[in-house]
Design a binder for this molecule. Structure first.
Ligand code: UGA
Length: 440
């Protein structure tokens, strides 16, 4: 059993801390936000992640998991310290390391013996070495000669399925400079190690690069199929079939080949820009990644154009918007295609009746500038009532089986923009809808 501290109770920190305690370790999660810590002690989970609440409450009850604002005792009492703070994008697209380096300083200030410092935040290549340098300089100021190791252990959690992703990862990446640190980390992930999860042991820079290269590749894969979809529409091909057949080739694999309105979220948009920046900074170009960023922006506008081409005029048209989050099973709207598409429709005079199972809270402030054009609804059918068109923007399960009999009854219109391709085109056309998917 390891004694673990996790600095930062955001998405990555909280999920990692909770599951590591579920693996049997003693974990303390630290945050500067007192309200958040108080809430967590009372079972209030600040993020939307299916299954997380049960794990947090259970492990807190059995005293394997605790929460504190007292960074000093959290560092002094534990040997493995995860840094899981945010790395928001700076103005130039690079990841802002400020919070990571503050955490490194805090660790060095309170270090009282050997510690393994684990970087879980997504950080630019070279950040592990920066953390090491900060810790060394503070230890030198303190005239303390404690030894420590820095480990890069990037996460591959998807929002909405983070628990499953943490408990059954495709691989665990451990970038480190000493065997001692690697062995301690193997103990931390013992449950996975004995389950034969592949472990990749490497140096800090390689581990950091693996994370960026993986996310950029997936973003590129989505963008590739989105561009194929756009061509399919013009030449009469069906992207769903194209993607399925491509995915049957083991070298390509079927996942992340769903055409849609463009990728969003807190990771792909940020990480693609950051990787392009890393490349430029060292005199290289990642032209595929640069193009992916641009093409993804274009894809969102193409969706607007698709709607305009079909409906001609949007002034005073009522449109039901089903889903605003960047994907299902999250309340997160960061970089969601809806943030571009809704204002564009509003600008052209459309009245938007919006329903999302979890996105209302964040949507309220994100769409505050177009509030006059938006009516929030309590369910899909309320949103559909008296509208000219339906737009499916996020593929929540509850939108997959809409009761089309009801459409006439409540006066929902015939235009149906299925931007996630969750319905079959022919069936929808047979039902009398003017159906538009992406690439079908
Ligand atoms: C992503 C990665 O999938 C995780 O492995 C990684 O750990 C995480 O970023 C991170 O860096 O923290 P996430 O952003 O939660 O996870 O969401 P994804 O499920 O990857 O979806 C991202 C976006 O791509 C969504 O907008 C989704 O709708 C879109 N997408 C995904 C498609 O348009 N088509 C697809 O086929 C797949």
């Amino acid at each position: 059993m390891s004694k673990i501290t996790v600095i930062g109770t955001g998405y990555v920190g909280l999920v990692s801390g909770a599951i590591l305690s579920d693996f049997g370790h003693t974990v303390i999660c630290v945050d500067i936000d007192e309200n958040k810590i108080e809430g967590l002690k009372n079972g209030i989970i600040p993020i939307f992640e299916p299954g997380l609440e049960r794990i947090v409450k259970n492990n807190y009850y059995y005293k394997r998991l605790d929460f504190t604002t007292d960074i000093r005792s959290a560092i002094e009492n534990n040997d493995v310290v995860f840094i899981a703070v945010g790395t928001p994008p700076a103005d130039d697209g690079s990841a802002d390391l400020r919070h990571v380096l503050v955490a490194a300083k805090d660790i060095a200030t309170h270090m009282n013996g050997y510690k393994v410092i684990v970087n879980k935040s997504t950080v630019p290549v070279g950040a592990g070495k920066k953390v090491k340098a900060v810790v060394q300089s503070i230890l030198a100021e303190r005239e303390a000669d404690h030894s420590f190791d820095v480990v890069s252990n990037p996460e591959f959690l998807r929002e909405g399925s983070a628990i499953q992703d943490f408990m059954h990862p495709d691989r665990v990446i451990l970038g480190a400079e000493s065997d001692r640190a690697i062995n301690i980390m193997k103990e931390v992930y013992r449950v996975l190690y004995i389950n034969e999860t592949p472990f990749v042991e490497t140096n800090l820079e390689t581990a950091e690069m693996i994370k960026y290269a993986s996310n950029a590749f997936l973003a590129m894969k989505i963008t590739f199929i989105n561009e194929v979809a756009n061509v399919c529409e013009k030449v009469g091909a069906d992207v769903q079939k194209v993607a399925k057949a491509m995915g049957l080739d083991g070298r390509i694999a079927p996942k992340f080949l769903h055409a849609g309105p463009g990728f969003g979220g807190s990771c792909f948009p940020k990480d693609t820009r950051a990787l392009a920046r890393i490349a430029r900074d060292c005199g290289e170009t990642m032209s595929l990644v640069e193009t992916t960023v641009e093409a993804n922006e274009r894809q969102k506008m193409k969706m607007v154009q698709k709607i305009l081409d079909a409906m001609n005029e949007l002034a005073d048209k009522a449109i039901a918007i089903l889903g605003v989050t960047f994907k299902p099973n999250t309340d997160d709207l960061r970089d969601a295609p809806s943030l571009v598409i809704l204002p564009e429709l509003a600008k052209r005079g459309a009245k938007l009746k919006v329903y999302d199972p979890a996105g209302r809270k964040e949507g309220d402030w994100r769409f505050s500038h177009i509030m006059d054009s938006i009516t929030w609804c309590e369910n899909a059918y309320e949103a559909l009532e008296g509208t000219d068109a339906t737009i499916i923007l996020t593929e929540w399960n509850e939108f997959r089986n809409l009761n089309f009999e009801k459409f006439k009854e409540i006066g929902a219109g015939e235009y149906f923009f299925d931007l996630r391709n969750i319905y079959d085109k022919k069936t929808m056309l047979d039902k009398g809808f003017k159906y538009y998917g992406v690439g079908v």
